[in-house]
Ligand binder design. Structure first.
Ligand code: ATP
Length: 289
């Protein structure tokens, strides 16, 4: 008897860094949404009081370094639950890609265990708990479209984006989020129009959404990793209606309305980039499997 929970990847439609706070964290403002590229989390109750992580992906840690493990442990410790669980992670989201794969797995574990152990926690309670492990986890608990402020843990739900295709490409480089923030010079950046993006979502206006995509970290990553810029150019030339880097990168995504155009972009990148995906935009809460 096991329980399944979907853990979709997130993309940033806009990402702004407002200032560096006295506690050394950055105050950020992001419009985030989900796409139909998801890990699949399988939770199986154990007779013993343990947390076991299993995955076939060699890049996914199977111990307390795994965010999914830490989510289960925090839930158990906070609510004094002496039950065990095996967490199997079917990894479909590229790792260390700027798509919040690990955070989404952790959020799915919180949602799943809340059901499996009949805990009756609200989304807000799970999101607050998740924020203790990582700032993207709150958004992932909501699993919808939202404005995230603070360190990313203050969530305001927004309407889902207009439906469209999302083509993603991840170059085979690892990008350290820390190093991108270290190289960010806030007095010399173009800030995205977050309000304009929220208006596009409220109006369900695809063209306006495409005009308003923006990521303050993009120019930093692009200057350090020219291959990310190459992918952006390639997507633009193949007819993307919007192109943006997600998070601190290195994944770049494009938005298009027509399926044929999505596959034109996909084909133009294959052979040039190893990991390319064509998926639908989601942005709303997913029914359970
Ligand atoms: P973000 O967009 O939130 O910055 P990311 O997509 O860049 O995240 P992840 O895929 O979450 O990055 O992985 C970053 C690192 O976290 C990995 O190198 C891995 O060692 C570790 N990690 C911990 N738990 C997981 C998990 N469940 N899945 C993948 N990586 C995990």
């Amino acid at each position: 008897m096991h329980l399944l929970e979907k853990a979709p990847a997130k993309i940033n439609l806009s990402l702004d860094v407002l200032y560096k706070r006295p506690d050394n964290f950055h105050e950020i403002e992001m419009v985030m949404t989900t796409i139909d590229l998801a890990d699949r989390i399988e939770l199986t109750p154990l007779a013993s009081d343990r947390i076991i992580i299993e995955s076939e992906n060699q890049f996914v840690p199977n111990d307390e370094r795994n965010l999914a493990y830490r989510a289960a442990k925090l839930l158990k410790d906070t609510y004094r639950i002496d039950k065990g669980v095996k967490i199997f992670i079917e990894k479909n989201i590229p790792v260390a890609a700027g798509l919040a794969g690990g955070s989404s797995d952790a959020a799915a574990v919180l949602r799943g265990l809340n059901r499996m152990w009949s805990m009756g926690l609200s989304t807000r309670e799970m999101a607050d708990l998740g924020a203790k492990i990582g700032s993207d986890i709150s958004f992932c608990v909501y699993n919808t479209t939202a404005l995230a402020k603070g360190r990313g843990e203050r969530i305001k739900e927004l309407p889902a984006p207009p439906s469209c295709w999302v083509v993603l490409a991840k170059p085979t480089i690892g990008v350290s989020t820390q190093s991108i923030y270290k190289n960010l010079k806030l007095d010399n950046v173009t800030h995205p129009d977050t309000k304009g993006m929220m208006e596009a979502l409220r109006k369900n206006d695809f063209e306006l959404m495409c005009r308003k995509v923006g990521n303050v970290l993009e120019s930093v990553t692009l200057s350090l990793y020219p291959e990310v810029e190459q992918i952006k150019n390639q997507m633009e030339q193949a007819g993307a209606e919007a192109v943006l880097m997600s998070g601190s990168g290195p994944t770049v995504f494009s938005l298009v309305q027509q399926e044929s155009r999505a596959y034109r972009i996909y084909n133009s990148l294959r052979g040039f980039c190893e990991e390319v995906y064509v998926v639908r935009m989601l942005g709303y809460r997913q029914p359970l499997d």
